[in-house]
Design a protein around this ligand. Structure first.
Ligand code: SF4
Length: 476
């Protein structure tokens, strides 16, 4: 029997992309093979996101298309994984009866057995349908795994399954215990479960043995890492120090942090560990205390600023990245002005701005979504404009400087490669030498753009000559 070929599409965050790598590891260990594309796969899996309605709508329409295909290919196995599976459970099967399996993030640990079960049941259904020569709606196997199953952390990761040679993500914890009123994550990903430091060091070492030099640690509130590992004194600061000892590791980053867990020992670690990337993603969400209270974020603007100042006092070369939500129920014009003021005051190097989107099952969804869509859009554009000015100013301050770039691959512009600095800044330079991918090269910055900078790669001698230049400018 030829091996079954699967195709897995990931939607949403980095955590989902990493979960997909783990799911692929497990399927390959079971003998499944990756198909060249979705059309040539007999098992089609979608690892989904529920953080905004738009993300879900894309999956609903995709499932509609797969229903068409399944009418002519009843043996096709269709699976919905991840946050939508966890959020919608049985409703998903009733709305899309052709779906064969629905698997939540907490049950990825034995995804291979679940897929096997769906494949077997689907084969029986297809055979019955064939025998009955019926042209009715295609029924799916309806396998449901949405309880607290075997966690994805139980999967011994096949470190070779990753999209980038020199870069990898490592999930340090699952779930979130925070009460943010607008967020569906605690519902879809459950309580916080941190992985022991020893397991993480082992996985990182195996990745570095396989050529990785940059690792990004993942967690919904990554700096709350370890608080559930009672008696193990596991903290993000201690984890960073342990990983820092791996000789082959050159860069260490982590996303996403919560202001309440930016502790003094973590700040010390960020200041003292040179391999730690020099940026911190610290979502503020709003600059209004009234909105922060309604969002149940658990801090005030003053406390947020105090944490930022503590960090910059110890590590002045750090840059801040943030997330903002505009149009939260009840957000007044002055609340919004306070958010714009916070953005300018901190001078974030980069921010993601989102229009509030009510998520069924969240506390905020019980409130009137009273900020008109047009006003949400206006506020969204205002913040993006401010952010673009701040980012451009930083990019302009880099012109004439030399930065170290980890080359990630071809840029969208032909004849150029792109990569990132220790501040996660996007750099493009002229070259089509793909052997540079995964290496660290010195680039002299020549041009500042809104979302990136352009430079020229320096050869060894020129780099030597510019060695006296500070590699990265101080904050603009
Ligand atoms: S910290 Fe808040 S916004 Fe972030 S994942 Fe947890 S509940 Fe959601």
């Amino acid at each position: 029997m030829p091996p079954r070929r699967y195709h897995l599409t990931s939607y949403g965050c980095q955590m989902n992309k990493l979960d997909s790598e783990l799911v692929e590891s497990k399927l390959r260990q079971r003998g499944y093979e990756a198909a060249a594309d979705e059309a040539s796969a007999s098992v089609v899996l979608l690892n989904t996101c529920s953080v905004r309605q738009h993300a879900e709508d894309r999956v609903w329409s995709k499932l509609g298309k797969l229903r068409q295909r399944k009418r002519s290919e009843p043996g096709l196995v269709v699976g919905v994984l991840g946050c939508m599976a966890q959020e919608h459970k049985r409703y998903l099967l009733s709305r899309m009866p052709h779906v064969d399996l629905v698997v939540g993030p907490s049950a990825f640990g034995d995804i291979d057995a679940t897929v096997d079960e769906a494949v077997a049941r689907n084969a029986q259904i297809a055979a019955t349908r064939e025998r009955a020569r019926t042209k009715h709606e295609v029924a799916g196997a309806g396998v449901l795994a949405v309880g607290q199953g075997v966690s994805g952390d139980a999967i011994r990761r096949d470190v070779r399954v990753r999209p980038h040679r020199s870069q990898a993500y490592v999930s340090v914890m699952r779930g979130c215990n925070m009460p943010c009123s607008y967020c569906i994550v605690p519902t879809t990903r459950g309580d916080e479960v941190s992985r022991p430091i020893a397991d993480l060091v082992d996985e990182a070492q195996r990745l570095c043995d396989d050529g990785v030099t940059e690792i990004t640690l993942l967690g919904q509130t990554v700096n709350a890492y370890g608080r559930d590992l009672t008696g193990q004194n596991a903290t993000l600061a201690r984890l960073l120090r342990a990983l820092h000892e791996i000789p082959a590791l050159r860069r260490l980053a982590f996303i996403t942090s919560h202001p309440n867990f930016l502790s003094p020992d973590l700040v010390d670690a960020l200041a003292e560990l040179p391999k730690v990337a020099r940026y911190l993603h610290l979502p503020a969400q709003s600059g209004s205390n009234a909105v922060l209270k309604a969002m149940r974020r658990g801090y005030t603007v003053e406390r947020y600023l105090a944490r930022v100042e503590q960090l910059l006092a110890r590590a002045p070369d750090f840059e801040l990245h943030s997330d903002f939500i505009v149009g939260y129920p009840g957000e007044s014009a002055s609340d919004f002005e306070a958010t714009a003021a916070l953005l300018r005051r901190v001078g974030f190097a980069q921010s993601y701005v989102f229009k509030y989107s009510p998520r069924p099952g969240t506390l905020a969804a019980e409130r009137d979504d009273d900020v008109p869509e047009a006003e949400k859009e206006r506020r969204n554009q205002v913040l993006l404009q401010i952010q673009e000015e701040l980012t451009l100013a930083r990019h302009q301050a880099l012109v004439g400087r030399t930065v170290e770039v980890l080359v990630e691959g071809p840029s969208k512009v032909a004849g150029r490669l792109s990569g990132r600095t220790v501040h996660h800044r996007l750099v493009h330079f002229a070259s089509d030498d793909l052997d540079l991918v995964g290496t660290y090269v010195p680039v002299r910055i020549r041009e500042a753009l809104g979302h990136s900078v352009v430079g020229e790669r320096l050869d060894a001698t020129a780099a030597e000559a510019s060695a006296h230049d500070p590699v990265e400018v101080q904050r603009a």
